[in-house]
Ligand binder design. Sequence first.
Ligand SMILES: [Fe+2]
Ligand SMILES: [Fe+2]
Length: 310
Amino acid sequence: MKERHSDHDSPDRGEPSASFLDRDLKERALGIIRAVQSPETDLPTLPEVAVEISRLTHSETSSASDLERLIVTDQALTTKVLSVANSAYYGRRETVDTIRQAVVLIGFSAVQDLVLGVSVMGLFDSTLQVPGITMKGLWAHSIGVAAAAAALAKIAPWAVASDRAFVAGLLHDIGKPLLLTLFPDYFAEAAAYAHEKRVPFLEAERNTIMVTHDVLGDTFARASFFPPRLLAGIGGHHEPDLKAEPPGMDLIVHVSDYLVVRGDQVGGDELPPPPLLPGAMARLGISVDRAAEAVGASLTDTNSIIDTLL
Ligand SMILES: [Fe+2]
Ligand SMILES: [Fe+2]
């Protein structure tokens, strides 16, 4: 890291050398990652239903009725899942009234993903905030990216399920609520830096705490046994693999994230968008104008989802 800032210096330490600061910051970054990995940490843990759902995704013998039996025990979760399944993003003409119908109409793994996504959102205290960034704003942004990712998946020139893209978008920034919950002071430090310097939050994380939310999110998702199909959109959303064939969910989420923040349409913390990787649009195979139009249209319905899920 080239840039260092004196706000890390403790007053009683005098003028520490660059290498001392470097070590200090690296230790802190490692401490954050270890905390997310450690079973000792008081991490938000997935509710029993979501743990069971995760387990089902790793089982080859699980069935739709296993899934239904698990979900219907949680009425609030059922209501949320059904209302998202009935939203424009899932693009069904028929109304889905039961989890069983959802499994039939949108598919077993899509319902599993959606239940996991909605459960994960419920882990975090929605009233948490630091100056300039609120937990609700973080989730509103993620719902916007979910809608945008589903819209781009529908027009992508290769086969990609829009319902899976929706959940990938919903969970892409999971490292942020995690950081805000576990290390609110560090989160506040990164937020203050981002607002003061007018830089993307990602850059602020690199320059303050030296660990970024994509890495934290990936660590958390793996530690929580998320299905492998959901990992790329979390760990890779700021540096998608442009050589993957066909392109992965990391690319869809990367472009969605950029377009949603650039458009400043939902969850705006008024920070600049994270950088769009050169070549990302070309790899996506959709023109910027067409992508922006599809994303803009997809965001018109996000308010009802925000009301349902937050
Ligand atoms: Fe991100
Ligand atoms: Fe994001």
